[in-house]
Design a binder for this molecule. Structure first.
Ligand SMILES: [Zn+2]
Length: 584
């Protein structure tokens, strides 16, 4: 490709609307242009990167027996109603009507439509396992599309759906996909970690892992261990109870604490550490009130609580409800002698008390007394209050021991680029996707779904690989491997030498751009760095005088002079070696 013909309009200035580095660099280096909020055109350089990522994904899916198909983007509402998601999916679902007034959605995900396909075509256990996938645009009507390709409204995903005869089959398929994902991101040249994650809104009670590209700009905090392979996102990370100094239980007593409501005020007022305090948080859910009890110095993990109670809605109770339950002003709630039910708007509502396991280790703690301006001291779990359930409810904190091996946990930030997910029978049950087993008995197919954000992987690669001059592509997904730069395109000798090397590289299967533009060398070098060609070969009067070419390695920043006769062959071999290493 000649640079003079390549549509890669670079910008000198950083566009004001771009908040994250990948967005800035994709715009500046001429990879994307915005069409509407969260909707982008991919220019040739981006298209090449996307194709490379897609090819890697495709090869690894095929290797595990995946079959590629294309599902419609426009999906009939009836299927979403059948699964029950039409009403619960919310405003993120792009909805549209056809000329007859029939409802449709632009697919954010394809569980319904694929389950509909498979229930019509597959009837015997002998046809399973079945792994179908596509690489296609997905749609999500984000309230605030931002961060360029990170949180767009239209994005490219690979989604694979697996159908197995039973849980054992699913476990086997899940393992295959987990391994395939590991190979995909390794081949893309990215530093990543698979982490245990929360199942979230897709549903299903099985396991799930997220594949996170490690980057400081990552939106998710992940916790991992260097001494074993434990890694989890922070919402999911298991916390082990840390015990405090033991102490004999003292007599329960009231303390006057006029106007003292917050943890900070209380520790100051009583002259104690916050780990002595026992916090009581009251939540409203569709299953009644949930009272979460946790140590004063800890953060409650609402996702753990929500999964435990198995609720759709979970929000802190409003002041009126707190007053009804505790009989006191907000700030004085406690678990001691809390009523088991409460009458709200004429309805008896159940109260469920869930206690974090660390609270059971607090000796002589302090809690609200359920009386305005009064707290209780010497509160002990078991003697003074009980629970419907004692479990891990809190967020892990840095430096805490790994739940598997006890080494200190480390923290990093990551960008989710893939997720593998055991759906179980959620969709096959809702949509009656059944097979006959070997005994002629009808049973629901057991499903999994597995996504990779293809456009997001491209953006994440930049978030992980850049410097002040621009993008530093991993060789395997770089739009081109090499740029050949004659210092002056007007100089025939330089151009001839450049054309020759360009031709040799192309013959050896190397993807190369010849910068034939009439630009100053400084401009060409800046563009080459910005776009992120892994190797730049520069030909100028000084190098030609010695029959040499300057080879610049974008990642290391190092330059060397190589013989003009052998440079193409050597670079081609180097690139092929680098690519082979990634395949492993
Ligand atoms: Zn460990």
């Amino acid at each position: 490709m000649k640079a003079s013909q390549l549509l890669s309009p670079t910008l000198r200035e950083t566009p004001a609307e771009a908040e994250v580095i990948s967005h800035q660099l994709l715009l500046r280096a001429g990879f994307i242009r915005k069409a509407a909020a969260g909707v982008y055109t991919y220019l040739p350089l981006a298209q090449r990167v996307l194709r490379k990522i897609s090819d890697i994904v495709r090869q690894e899916m095929d290797r595990e027996g995946g079959q590629e198909i294309t599902l419609p983007i426009i999906q009939p509402a009836e299927l979403w109603m059948e699964s029950g998601r039409w009403n619960v999916y919310g405003d993120e679902l792009f909805r549209l009507k056809d000329r007859h007034g029939r409802d449709f959605a632009l697919g954010p995900t394809h569980e319904e439509i694929i389950t509909d396909l498979v229930r019509g075509e597959i009837h015997s256990y002998k046809q399973l396992p079945l792994l179908l996938y596509q690489i296609a645009n997905k749609y999500r009507d984000e309230r605030r599309p931002r961060f360029g390709l990170m949180r767009g409204r239209e994005f490219i995903m690979k989604d694979l759906y697996s159908f197995d005869r039973d849980e054992e089959g699913l476990a086997n398929t899940y393992k295959k996909m987990y391994d395939a994902y590991t190979r995909v991101f390794t081949r893309c040249g990215l530093k990543f970690r698979p982490v245990e994650a929360d199942a979230g809104a897709i549903g299903g009670k099985g396991g799930t892992h997220e594949f996170m590209v490690i980057a400081e700009s990552g939106e998710a905090a992940i916790v991992y261990c260097d001494d074993c392979d434990y890694a989890a996102n922070v919402e999911k990370a298991e916390a082990k109870p840390q015990s405090l100094a033991e102490e004999a239980a003292a007599e329960l007593a009231e303390v006057k604490t006029p106007g003292v409501k917050t943890i900070e005020e209380l520790t100051k007022f009583l002259g104690i550490e916050s780990d002595r305090l026992i916090k009581t948080l009251i939540y409203q859910t569709e299953k009644g009130l949930v009272v979460a009890v946790i140590r004063g110095d800890r953060q409650l993990n609402e996702i753990k609580l929500q999964n435990l109670v198995d609720t759709v809605q979970l929000h802190l109770a409003d002041d009126g409800v707190v007053r009804l339950l505790t009989g006191a002003e907000v700030g004085f709630a406690g678990p001691v002698q809390l009523p088991a039910t409460v009458c709200i708007d004429g309805q008896q509502v159940q109260v469920q008390v869930i206690v974090d396991e660390e609270v059971t280790l607090v000796a002589n703690g302090i809690t609200g007394a359920n009386k305005t301006d009064i707290h209780l001291k010497n509160v002990n779990y078991g003697r003074d209050f009980g629970a419907h359930q004692v479990t891990d409810l809190r967020m892990v904190e840095p430096g805490e021991p790994c739940p598997r091996c006890g080494s200190p946990l480390r923290w990093a930030r990551g960008i989710e680029v893939g997720q593998v997910f055991k759906l179980g029978t959620k969709y096959s049950k809702a949509l009656n996707a059944n097979i006959l087993d070997e005994n002629g008995k009808s049973r629901e197919m057991v499903m999994g779904c597995y996504g990779i954000g293809v456009s997001r992987t491209m953006a994440s690669a930049i978030e992980q690989n850049y410097d002040e001059n621009g993008i530093i592509w991993p060789v395997s997904i770089a739009p081109f491997h090499v740029i050949v730069v004659p210092v002056s395109a007007k100089d025939d000798t330089q151009m001839q030498a450049a054309e020759k090397i360009y031709g040799q590289l192309r013959e050896m299967g190397i993807e190369v751009v010849l910068d034939d533009r009439n630009e100053r060398p400084g401009v060409k070098f800046k563009d080459a760095d910005l776009i992120g060609f892994p190797y730049r070969l520069t030909i100028g009067p000084k190098t030609l005088a010695e029959d040499k070419v300057e080879v610049f390695n974008r990642r290391t920043g190092q330059s060397s002079l190589e013989d003009i006769e052998t440079v193409a062959k050597n670079i081609a071999e180097l690139i092929k070696r680098e690519l082979d290493q990634l395949v492993g």
